[in-house]
Design a protein around this ligand. Structure first.
Ligand code: UD1
Ligand code: CA
Length: 453
């Protein structure tokens, strides 16, 4: 039978070093609060439920942590008395009785299910405590894993360590798995007689051993265990998240010319054989299908780009932009809540908002869908194979039929039937010879100004 597991996520820190008006776990990595990344990781480790230990911004943190399909209950840690004390804030949840308790931190957003699963496996193999450790060249500040005769015998916090212990480079990530049937008893035995006067979760190693239990450690990649304490660390975490995801995407068949300049969101989806040029930024909700091309310096959020469609350079797709196969959105164009049919083209300097454009239509340079009257938003509907002349304003709500033709510079306020030509602009006048007196008058004004000076 499958083992049950409760994940206890510690997120009650006060984020002092973030210098922020909100809890650090609310700060986004790849456009999503870091706490949600942690919940996602524990969810993939096969847990049954999550106990979230919160302090400041309790409600916001609980909200940010809730992702689809994962049951979460929050527990308030009123005083911050250490990691051991924090886990016990979730006493009620632990008391429900689980095979495994997985303790993790809400401020370690790069963690993946790998080490978490390995720690659970350690419990299944008979350990009472499994510590997730990592090797590092810079151990300062971390608890050190002390080993004797090949066995993990204790975790020593930096402040309590001897000089010899401080030379150890195998460190405690803080993440840990505990035998769920013994957890409450083990946790209750933690005291606070140490340099910080805190209840150290790390004491479980010695406690479990003293009771005859088995304690082991598993290793995690150092980078995955990076905790976020400052904005500088947040930026490092973001960089690694981005590198990791871009790498995965390239291995899955996405071409990136200068991957280090492409910014993804946590949920960006890009199909095989899509080409992403340099300096493209994806906000949340972007789906790029196979073979689409995103030219340089484009910004794409909440948008769908179908196979063979091209975007940019310098284009902005906002939420609700949906490009069908072979559609084109060119330079300095913005599309918001707008559907472009197959092969439709919006090539230059255009705003398309709240609009539907039929297949094969061509929207000339500088066209604006005037979707907003200062109060309400209205829709522009353009049929198939229509031609909108350059610099036209389409004042919504307005409908332009299939095959209609709009003369350049028109302001269109009335529906245009299929195959009609619409001209909404002043008729051009020609006045022969009138340029000469105009010019002479201008020259005379210039001469008079010069004489006065
Ligand atoms: C802890 C570990 C240390 C490890 C390090 C890894 C202990 C005693 N030490 O040290 O061995 O190398 O993490 O980063 O466990 N928290 C609460 N409530 C509390 C205290 C902490 O929710 O009362 C949360 C914090 O928000 C944070 C995590 O627990 O997410 C770790 O707390 P922190 O104070 O950063 O622990 P360290 O002293 O760094
Ligand atoms: Ca820390």
């Amino acid at each position: 039978m499958e083992r049950t597991c409760l994940a206890v996520i510690l997120a009650a820190g006060d984020s002092t070093r973030m210098k922020s008006s909100k809890s650090k776990v609310l700060h986004p990595v790849a456009g999503r609060p870091m706490i949600a990344h942690v919940v996602e990781a524990v969810a993939s480790a096969g847990i049954s439920s999550v106990a979230l230990v919160v302090g400041r911004d309790a409600e916001d943190v609980a909200k940010a942590a809730s992702i689809d399909g994962v049951g979460i209950e929050s527990y308030l840690q009123k005083e911050r008395l250490g990691t051991g004390h924090a886990v016990l804030a979730a006493r009620e949840a632990i008391a429900k009785g689980y095979d495994d308790i997985l303790v993790t931190y809400g401020d370690v957003p790069l963690q993946t299910d790998g080490p978490l699963k390995a720690a659970r496996q350690g419990l299944a193999d008979g350990s009472d405590v499994v510590v997730i450790g990592f090797h590092t060249d810079r151990p300062t500040g971390y608890g050190r894993l002390l080993v004797k005769d090949g066995e993990l015998i204790a975790i020593r916090e930096e402040k309590d360590a001897t000089d010899a212990e401080r030379t150890v480079t195998w460190c405690n990530s803080g993440l840990m798995a505990i035998n769920g049937r013994k957890a409450l008893d083990l946790l209750a035995r933690i005291g606070n007689a140490n340099a910080k006067g805190e209840f150290y979760l790390t004491d479980l190693v010695e406690i479990a051993r003293s009771l005859g239990g088995r304690v082991t450690a598993v290793d995690a990649p150092e980078i995955e265990m990076t905790g976020c304490n400052t904005r500088a660390e947040l930026a490092v975490i973001e960089r690694f998240w981005q590198e990791r995801r871009r790498h995965e995407m390239m291995l899955a068949g996405v071409t990136m010319i200068a991957p280090e300049t492409v910014v993804l969101s946590y949920d960006t989806v890009i199909g095989q054989d899509a080409l992403i040029e340099p300096n493209v930024v994806f906000g949340p909700g972007a789906v790029i299908d196979s073979g689409a091309v995103i030219h340089a310096f484009s910004h794409i959020e909440g948008a769908h780009v179908s196979q063979g469609a091209t975007v940019g350079p310098f284009a902005r797709l906002r939420p609700g932009a949906d490009l069908a196969n072979g559609a084109k959105v060119g330079n300095f164009c913005e599309v918001k809540n707008g559907r472009l049919g197959e092969g439709a083209k919006v090539n230059h300097l255009t705003y398309i908002g709240d609009a539907v454009i039929g297949a094969g239509s061509n929207i000339g340079a500088g066209t604006i869908t005037c979707n907003y009257d200062g109060v309400n938003k209205s829709e522009t509907v353009i049929g198939e194979n229509a031609f909108i002349g350059s610099n036209s304003s389409l004042v919504a709500p307005v409908t332009i039929g299939d095959g209609a033709y709009i003369g350049s510079g028109s302001v269109i306020t009335v529906n245009v039937p299929a195959d009609a030509l619409a001209l909404g602009r002043a008729r051009q006048e020609i006045k022969p010879g009138r340029a000469t007196p105009l010019r002479e008058r201008a020259l005379a004004i210039k001469a008079a100004k010069k004489a006065k000076a």
